[in-house]
Ligand binder design. Structure first.
Ligand SMILES: [Zn+2]
Length: 166
């Protein structure tokens, strides 16, 4: 969280620094950093960082305790020591299992969020399409010939059925 606040301060500072008339090193650096895509990337990193905090909290504070109801999720005690003696390597495979479970939970959460976003954007696209179709339908494209009463194009100046001048 401190890093996010620091990011904001750095961006604010870079925006507020007065641009030097002659292109000094600082001015050039400022120009580089304030280019649209660099700023967008900074915003993305900050939002991503905040989002990571939410996902981590959801894992650690909500989902892990809930999963704990169905037979514990604390695998940190699981380990295997290869051989004997003080220098024998220890495989703490319980930590690895926890990491895999955290990854699966994170992937599931992101999948659900992306699915929801996709459904929303699909609905929005369908609405836009429907509105366009309705606008098109509301505009008349045909008229009736006053002589033969055939349906003809609204822009026609001569009837294609009875050849009358309109
Ligand atoms: Zn006609």
């Amino acid at each position: 969280m401190d890093i996010i606040i620091l990011d904001f301060i750095v961006i604010y500072f870079l925006r507020e620094v007065n641009m030097d008339k002659k292109k000094g090193f600082i001015a050039e650096f400022k120009e580089f950093i304030l280019r649209g895509n660099v700023m967008d990337m900074a915003v993305g990193v900050i939002v991503g960082g905040a989002f990571t905090a939410i996902v981590t909290s959801l894992n650690a504070d909500i989902l892990t305790p809930l999963l704990g109801i169905f037979g514990g999720t604390d695998f940190s005690e699981l380990k295997v020591t290869l051989g004997s003696g003080e220098l024998a390597p220890t495989l703490t495979y319980g930590n690895f299992i926890t990491a895999v479970i955290n990854f699966l939970i994170t992937a599931l959460v992101i999948f659900v969020i992306i699915k929801a976003i996709n459904r929303l954007s699909e609905r929005a696209a369908a609405l836009v399409k429907k509105n366009a179709e309705e606008a098109e339908a509301a505009e008349p494209t045909e008229k009736e010939c006053p002589y033969c009463y055939s349906k003809i194009n609204i822009k026609a100046t001569r009837c294609p059925h009875c050849t009358s001048q309109l």
